[in-house]
Write a protein that binds this ligand. Structure first.
Ligand code: FAD
Length: 319
């Protein structure tokens, strides 16, 4: 028979790793299940070179450095991980949860969901017509740095992802032009010691009007957001870094109440199912922000609440 864990954490991103560390420190028997083959979640998988802001004590760190530090901090508590298993459902009998995965099942007395926002899909392509999609030279992410090596690159978007892709492209591209409809220059990613690389320019506030070229993108037409003035820009590659669309299928399979594309939680991070808690990017409550700092606070609150919950479960058995 499988061991019954005090707690199973589902998702090994920044918030899951920190929650694991905090729970192990309290002496809980914890198992962390991660569907990919490694820890780190968004911090490592989207682009580990993205510079972070607003992480206390981690000035000038990259996402990858923060992930590695969290992972190595946890090592001394001898964490138990299961990789390459995707949780597909949760059933419950009395006070024991069965966590079903695509490979088997695991048992626990409580659960913490730290699954982030599910699988991320570039949303930019959804906005393009079929004809536009067929044009070569349109990327939604840089899978291989060789794709942009020595090329003229235009990055469209104004989010942190845009910054990540633009900086990544600038490392090898001939030139990078970021086009954004708002004033991106005031964004945190260009503050402090992070400056715009010499081969990068920012054109703002401009919006995307048209992609140019027949079978392959050769340029882009943009318009000034307030004056309407149009500009044509030659380019080899366009990165449509307009953000990502969360796929919430995983969240739906946990049987917990959702609100505004997130898991609805109470102040103590309890979901609508007794014994199942949630923290990090996957949760929603008024005032929620998706940052490592806020997610870590939620993780600590959730673990404190789980400790209380487990005590109440034991008390109900007269232990
Ligand atoms: C470009 C960018 C820049 C950012 N910059 C900053 C910044 O400067 N400062 C800051 O504080 N925050 C920043 N953030 C936000 C920060 O990265 C997130 O808030 C944080 O990483 C969320 O961590 P998480 O553990 O909640 O989720 P995630 O990192 O998404 O981890 C969730 C994990 O759960 C796993 N999982 C999902 N479903 C299942 C399942 N069914 N079974 C098993 N495993 C599952 C996933 O594989 C993943 O590993 C940035 C985000 C982005 C995208």
């Amino acid at each position: 028979m499988s061991a019954i864990h005090d707690l199973i954490i589902i998702g090994g991103g920044a918030v899951g790793i920190y929650a694991n560390q905090y729970a192990l420190k309290k002496g809980m028997r914890v198992l962390l299940i991660e569907k990919s083959d490694s820890l780190g979640g968004k911090l490592k998988n989207l682009d580990p070179r993205i510079p972070l802001s607003d992480v206390p004590g981690a000035d000038r760190w990259t996402a990858g450095q923060l992930a590695e530090t969290l992972i190595s901090q946890t090592k001394k508590y001898q964490p138990k991980y299961v990789f390459n298993e995707r949780v597909t459902g949760i059933t419950q009998k009395d006070f024991i949860f069965t966590i079903n995965t695509d490979k088997g099942e695991h048992l626990a007395r409580s659960i913490l969901l730290t699954t982030g926002r599910g699988i991320f899909m570039p949303k930019s392509l959804a906005k393009l017509s079929d004809e536009e999609k067929c044009k070569a030279g349109i990327l939604c992410e840089i899978k291989d740095d060789k794709e942009v090596l020595g090329k003229k690159v235009v990055v469209v978007g104004g989010s942190q992802e845009t910054a990540g892709w633009a900086l990544q492209a600038a490392a090898g591209a001939k030139s990078v032009l970021v086009i954004n409809w708002r004033f991106i220059k005031s964004y945190g990613w260009l503050e402090g010691n992070l400056s715009v690389p010499p081969n990068m320019d920012i054109l703002e506030p401009y919006g995307l009007l048209e992609l140019l070229g027949d079978k392959k993108v050769t340029g882009i037409k943009v318009f000034h957001v307030t004056t309407g003035e149009e500009k044509t820009i030659d380019t080899d590659i366009i990165i449509m870094a307009r953000g990502y669309l969360a796929n919430l299928n995983d969240l739906e399979s946990f049987g917990v109440e959702l609100k505004k594309n997130g898991i609805k939680v109470t102040e103590d991070m309890h979901t609508s199912r007794p014994g199942i808690f949630a923290a990090g990017d996957c949760v929603y409550y008024p005032g929620k922000e998706r940052t490592v700092e806020m997610g870590s606070r939620e993780a600590a609150t959730a673990i404190d609440s789980i400790e209380k919950y487990l005590k109440s479960v034991w008390a109900s058995f007269g232990n």
